[in-house]
Design a protein around this ligand. Structure first.
Ligand SMILES: [Zn+2]
Length: 195
């Protein structure tokens, strides 16, 4: 039954996404995700919490966001590999944290609590470090990427950047719109004629 969850979720999500945000009870808007999750839970006779947990375990990370641009496969492969390595480090650190927590509960093991603090900080540092897509500023395009002060020439960025509500709309849109830092340190488009 667990295997059905992601498939059902994808099916219901596609249907619910067409409706967008819908007002639920007491004027609270419901998202397509929450409605789809509720339908999966109902269909399989599970709690919504159990569906959410199963989806988290089963869901592969989303595809690298490319703004609809064609990107070299080697570049994408590198990002996927990087994600795999970081996820592996996170899983190992989570295990280490659990062990250290148990160990530091034993009296007289104060140094372990310090070590546990380091592990937690390390996990915090890795949170949001996963590459999620092309850098919205330079789009990883040769000639701009090397000078990009946002991604420092890597051409990619994290999910938090892609989700940043302050990101200019034109940079979120599909296509190769690029903004680079101009001489007066303002963001300028290299594709627009100066006038
Ligand atoms: Zn960049």
């Amino acid at each position: 039954m667990k295997e059905q969850i992601p498939t059902l979720m994808a099916k219901f999500l596609a249907e619910e996404s067409k409706l967008g945000k819908v007002s639920g009870g007491r004027g609270r808007p419901t998202t397509p995700e929450s409605r789809a999750r509720r339908r999966v839970a109902k269909e399989l006779g599970m709690s919504e919490g159990a569906v959410r947990a199963a989806l988290r375990r089963a869901s592969p990370p989303p595809a690298i966001h490319t703004f609809g641009l064609e990107v070299e496969q080697g570049f994408l492969d590198d990002l996927v590999a990087l994600r795999k390595h970081i996820s592996g480090a996170v899983a190992a650190l989570e295990t280490a944290g659990k062990c250290l927590e148990k160990a530091s509960a034993v009296e007289g093991c104060a140094p372990l609590a310090v070590a546990n603090g380091h592990v937690r900080r390390c996990l915090e540092a890795l949170e949001g470090a996963l590459p999620a897509g092309l850098c919205p500023f330079c789009k990883g395009i040769d000639g701009y990427c090397e000078h990009c002060t946002h991604c420092m020439g890597t051409g990619w960025t994290h999910q938090a950047t892609l989700d940043d509500p302050d990101m200019p709309e034109r940079l979120k849109a599909e296509g190769e719109d690029v903004l680079v830092l101009g001489l007066g340190s303002e963001l300028v488009s290299p594709f627009e004629e100066e006038g």
